[in-house]
Design a protein. Structure first.
Length: 209
């Protein structure tokens, strides 16, 4: 079974991933994975783009460049880390997956979603995708409260709002198993609802309450 979490930095993903993993481990072997910083992030063209230094006219081409590299990196992670664990019968929980990448691209102005989805066609659709929705100011406040330094894009509230909007409104949100939950709710309350959604998708195998 494959479960993914999406949301802004500061939306509570790490907490909910941990709580779900702890609960599932009473019944199943669980593997938690998260997207790592790929090697292509050091590419000078990518660095300039992430820093906001790419001329507007060049952005569509750079977005395609980044999209292809990131898709290749996700496929590598799936083939070498995710799929072997799924074949072993583990529940794999991903902190960010392909829907996060789609929202990132749309927020930066990429409009060819069909091309982007075709690029990622070899990746499976998670059995359950949890989107933790919080206001950008709330997310930034949480990052500051725990002493984390927000990445530059998390300090750009307009960009963060665009990522949030993409997660809430884009067509992939109609994918079966895609759930948008209010990330401002108490963590324990959210964890109980998420566990119920996962149990239902898995056929209801028992978990500790």
């Amino acid at each position: 079974m494959l479960v993914s979490f999406c949301g802004l930095d500061g939306s509570g993903k790490t907490t909910q991933v941990r709580l779900l993993a702890d609960r599932l481990r009473t019944a199943k072997e669980v593997c938690v994975l998260r997207s790592t910083t790929p090697a292509y992030a050091a590419d000078p063209e990518v660095v300039r783009f992430l820093a906001g230094d790419t001329p507007d006219a060049d952005i569509p081409g750079v977005l395609r460049h980044v999209g292809m590299l990131s898709a290749a990196d996700r496929l590598r992670q799936f083939r070498t880390e995710v799929r072997p664990r799924l074949l072993d019968g583990c529940v794999v929980i991903l902190d960010r997956f392909v829907f996060s990448a789609y929202a990132w691209a749309v927020a930066r102005g990429f409009r060819d979603l069909r091309w982007l989805r075709e690029l990622n066609r070899h990746l499976p659709t998670p059995d359950v995708s949890i989107v933790l929705d919080v206001d950008p100011l709330t997310a930034l406040g949480r990052l500051r409260a725990r002493g984390d330094q927000a990445r530059w894009e998390e300090r750009d509230l307009a960009r963060v709002a665009a990522v949030r909007a993409a997660l809430l409104t884009q067509p992939w949100g109609r994918t079966p198993g895609y759930w948008v939950l209010d990330g401002s709710r108490p963590a324990g309350e959210l964890a109980t609802e998420i566990a119920a959604l996962v149990a239902a998708a898995a056929g209801g195998w028992m978990m500790d309450a």
